[in-house]
Structure formats: structure tokens, C-alpha cells
Design a protein around this ligand. Structure first.
Ligand SMILES: Nc1ncnc2c1ncn2[C@@H]1O[C@H](COP(=O)(O)OP(=O)(O)OP(=O)(O)O)[C@@H](O)[C@H]1O
Ligand SMILES: [Mg+2]
Length: 496
């Protein structure tokens, strides 16, 4: 029997208007990986933030290494050996990778940070983790996935006995996930306990020893991973069984008109990408991290400067030099980085979801708030966004519900062409399946959609055709009828 390091009993926590946790239980043994799962807003992050000293519990008891503790600041928990990798990236954008990792640690000479020393130490740390990032890069210049890896490196740089990972793989690709799992195995062998929050149920089976399910702020059950299965976990999480089958054939008629045509699109990361998107079609963009999928989307949306190439919307050549130009041409883009490009965290749910479409509610110079509220409430219901009211600040929503708010924003905008970049990142299995249905319903209304996803099952579930990229080059366009994971991976790793 392994030694118990954490025991949380009867934990309660309320926020204004939200009873986030009631009577929650959780325990962790040394050297085990304990997965924590549940729907968006179930209370997973809140429970772990209490353990990590970020939130104060209202009541309940926490034992750490056998002693009762009540951390009142993250630093106290860190010093005691509890580290947390956050779901929402918490790095400081204008500081370098090294500065972010060493913030609040030693290497201070007087009032100055010893840059050389922290760069050297960071280089060493990144090397042991096999992460290829320059310590002197500013965090704001890194992709979401790279930032996630820095966040992981940072947590691992404390010699923690307990590491909490709140959706560490949400932004990672398959090969990076393999690497992360290797770190986790190393941690286990060093007798470190790992708490692993994820919406990817397969991962839970790959990596965990036990799994705890939460629902609506309550503890549901703890199971030995080897004695349960995916269906049972999902049923405990959402109270029903969900089946997701790949699409078997294209749902787009042969003669559907071409709504978007891209020819020889070029930039420093994109090389001569050309494709067509038909009315009512879902075109999946597959590829590994850094293959140029997001970069292509950003060129189409006018978010980055083009070096060459032409874009035609409904047969007419258009000049798109800014996101405003794209929106004016009926193109919407749901970004992969909801914090930087998708949401204003300090504004309410209502303000965020109607931000891109305010024109629709302005009458003779005044905002028609009644209409604005109606539409917002409608989409909060449609997407099942968990919030006490539409006036709640977005920063107070759970991670998955923030993502749903970004979706609502672009759905309300009513663009004809929608680009969804990692639309279900951080979204629970139940809500995922609702979002798939929603995306497919949009195509039935005649909208055309590009879906960028690192999850191949998602690409295969949604797409009519799949464009695969590798190192900025389009290495294949597959019809769904001929596509499977293997064919996609082949294109994703080979330049013709
Ligand atoms: N700082 C806060 N202020 C107000 N409400 C909050 C705050 N933090 C969390 N909540 C609410 O508490 C509930 C639980 O949220 P939590 O973030 O723990 O969910 P979660 O299980 O991590 O979900 P997800 O899978 O979407 O990340 C949600 O209803 C959320 O809106
Ligand atoms: Mg969370």
C-alpha cells in the first residue's frame, strides 16, 4: 500500500451566485497518477486551486503528509511541495521564458536578476525535458503549445511531491503528449504524486492509476482505472452514454458552389497553400504542431501579413489585409488562443458574445439591450454555458465555459464562412458532442466551415474533406471516404 500524501474531506466552496463545491472528497497516494474528470464547470479546477492555496475553502479538511494544512497563498503550497500547472496559461507575456520560470526564485543580484544564470539554468531544465525553446524568447512570441510546455517546465522546476496538471495536453499534439507522459512516468518513479485533469478520456486510461469523477460540484466516485472503462466513466460524468462515429462520406452535393477559394497563399510559415471550400462543407485542417494550419487560417482572416496569394469569396477576388476586412467579407475566426484573441476576460458574458456583432443591436445610435440580452440568453442556452447570469464576468467561468463563450460570439455574428481553430479544446465529452451537432447544423443552414484540430477523431467525425499540412506545405487533400488516422498521419509527416 502506497503512502497517502493528500486527503481532502468534505470540501465546500461558494462564489457569489455559484455553489462550486459541496462535500467534495479527494485523496492522492505517493507515486500514483490520479485523474480527475467531470463536465465543464463541475468544480475540478476549483478543488485543485484550493489544494494549491489559490482559493480558500469555506469549510472542510485537508491533510497533507498526514498533517492538517490550510494554505493561504500559492507560495505556501509550493514551498510545501505542491505545484500546479494551470489550465489557463499563467505566464507573463512580456517576460522571457527564463524569467517566467525563475520569477520569485533565487538568482537575484541586489535588485537585478542574474540573466545569464537563469538562462543557463532554464536551458538545462528544458534540455532534460527535451523541450526545444530558446530561454531568451519572450513568452508572447510562443505558440499556445509552446507556452504550455514552458508552464509544465516551470512546475517541474520546483521539486514538488505533488503536481497538479489541469488539462496539460489541451494544446499539445500527439508526439508532445507522448513526451509529457514520459515526464509523468519519471515523476511517478520518483514517488511524486500527480493529479491529472483531462477531458480526453483515452488519456486517463493511458496514464492514470485511479480516476475520480465529479459532477455539479459533488464527488461521484473513485475507481481503479484498470477496473473501469470509457463508457462507465462518461456515464458517471454526464449521466448518459455518448457515441461518436466518424463521418463515412461527404455530405456536400457535387454541384455545391465554391464559396472560398484560396490560391498560392504564402507567408514565412505557409508555402503555396491552395484549396477550395464549398457551400455547406466542413473542411478539416490536419497536421502536427507547427505545420502551418493556424498560420494559414490567420492569413485568410487577415491577422498576419501575406507574402503572396489570392483569396476569392463567392467567385470575387477580395483584398483581406485585416480582420475587419475578413469580417466584412463574411469570414469569422474562432481563435485557438481564447485569452489573447478570443475574449475580454474583464467583460461580462453578454458583452463578450455580442462584441463582434454589436451592429446588429444598434438602432438609431442606441444599443437595443433587450434584443442583445435575448440573443445572449438564447446562445447561453443553446451551448449550455454554465453561468449564474449573462452579466457574470468571463474570467469567472470555468475553462470550458469560456471556450463556449467564444463559440457563441462567432455563431451570433452569423458569418457565412467560419474558421474554428481547436473548437473543442478543454470542452467536456458531452458538450463536445453538442458542439459537433451544432457545427453540422450550421452547414445545413448553408454555412461553410474550416475546422482545425489536433484530435484526429474530431477531424474524422466532422470533415467532408481533409486538408493535411506539413511544414507549411499542403501535403494532401483527402475525401472523408478515403481518410483514416493512418493516411492522415502519413501526409502529416511527409512532404511530397
Ligand atoms: N473565481 C470565480 N468566481 C466565480 N465563480 C467561479 C470562479 N471560479 C470558478 N467559478 C465557478 O465555479 C464552478 C466550477 O468551476 P471550475 O472552474 O472549478 O470547473 P471545472 O470543472 O474546472 O470546469 P472546466 O472543465 O470547464 O475547466 C463554475 O460554475 C464556475 O463558473
Ligand atoms: Mg477547469
Amino acid at each position: 500500500m502506497r503512502e497517502q500524501v493528500v486527503l481532502m474531506e468534505d470540501i465546500n466552496k461558494s462564489f457569489p451566485g455559484v455553489h462550486a463545491l459541496s462535500g467534495c472528497h479527494f485523496d492522492l497516494n505517493a507515486g500514483e497518477v490520479h485523474a480527475l474528470v467531470g463536465e465543464n464547470g463541475a468544480g475540478k479546477s476549483t478543488l485543485m486551486k484550493i489544494l494549491a492555496g489559490i482559493y480558500k475553502k469555506d469549510s472542510g479538511k485537508i491533510l497533507y503528509k498526514g498533517k492538517e494544512v490550510d494554505f493561504s497563498a500559492p507560495k505556501e503550497a509550493q514551498d510545501a511541495g505542491i505545484g500546479m500547472i494551470h489550465q489557463e496559461l499563467n505566464l507573463i507575456p512580456h517576460l522571457t521564458v527564463a524569467e517566467n520560470i525563475f520569477i520569485g526564485k533565487e538568482f537575484v543580484k541586489g535588485i537585478f536578476i542574474d540573466q545569464k544564470a537563469i538562462n543557463r539554468e532554464t536551458q538545462k531544465l528544458l534540455e532534460t525535458l527535451n523541450i526545444d525553446i530558446n530561454p531568451e524568447t519572450k513568452v508572447r512570441d510562443l505558440t499556445v503549445a509552446k507556452q504550455q510546455m514552458v508552464e509544465i517546465a516551470k512546475a517541474l522546476s520546483y521539486n514538488s511531491d505533488v503536481i497538479i496538471m489541469d488539462e496539460p495536453t489541451a494544446a499539445l499534439t500527439e508526439s508532445e503528449i507522448d513526451e509529457l507522459f514520459q515526464f509523468i512516468k519519471d515523476l511517478k518513479s520518483k514517488n511524486c504524486g500527480v493529479i491529472y485533469i483531462s477531458h480526453r478520456i483515452e488519456e486517463v486510461f493511458d496514464i492514470s492509476d485511479r480516476v475520480t469523477v465529479m459532477r455539479d460540484g459533488q464527488y461521484v466516485a473513485t475507481l481503479n482505472t484498470s477496473e473501469t472503462n470509457k463508457d462507465e466513466i462518461i456515464r458517471l460524468m454526464v449521466g448518459r452514454v455518448i457515441y461518436e462515429q466518424p463521418k463515412e462520406q461527404s455530405a456536400v452535393p457535387e454541384d455545391a458552389p465554391i464559396v472560398l477559394k484560396v490560391e498560392n497563399l504564402c507567408s514565412k510559415d505557409v508555402k503555396n497553400v491552395s484549396f477550395e471550400l464549398r457551400k455547406g462543407e466542413i473542411l478539416g485542417f490536419a497536421g502536427l504542431l507547427g505545420s502551418g494550419r493556424t498560420e494559414t487560417a490567420r492569413l485568410i482572416f487577415g491577422a498576419d501579413p501575406k507574402e503572396g496569394g489570392e483569396i476569392f469569396v463567392k467567385g470575387v477576388k477580395v483584398e483581406i489585409n485585416s480582420p475587419q476586412d475578413a469580417v466584412a467579407n463574411g469570414i469569422g475566426y474562432l481563435s485557438e488562443d481564447r485569452k489573447r484573441f478570443g475574449l475580454a476576460l474583464g467583460l461580462s458574458v453578454r458583452e463578450n458574445v455580442t462584441l463582434a456583432s454589436l451592429d446588429n443591436y444598434v438602432d438609431k445610435g442606441f444599443i437595443d439591450s433587450k434584443k442583445e440580452m435575448e440573443v445572449t440568453n438564447d446562445y447561453v442556452k443553446k451551448l449550455n454555458i454554465k453561468t449564474p447570469s449573462i452579466e457574470q464576468l468571463v474570467m469567472n467561468l470555468s475553462g470550458g465555459n469560456q471556450q463556449k463563450a467564444v463559440m457563441a460570439k462567432w455563431l451570433i455574428k452569423n458569418s457565412d464562412i467560419l474558421i474554428f481553430d481547436e473548437p473543442t479544446r478543454g470542452i467536456d465529452v458531452g458538450a463536445k458532442s453538442e458542439i459537433y451537432k451544432l457545427i453540422i447544423d450550421l452547414t445545413k443552414e448553408g454555412k461553410s466551415i474550416i475546422v482545425i484540430s489536433s484530435e484526429l477523431p474530431e477531424i474524422l467525425r466532422l470533415s467532408d474533406r481533409i486538408l493535411v499540412m506539413c511544414e507549411g506545405v499542403n501535403t494532401g487533400i483527402l475525401d472523408i471516404a478515403e481518410a483514416d488516422q493512418e493516411v492522415i498521419m502519413k501526409c502529416a509527416t511527409s512532404i511530397k
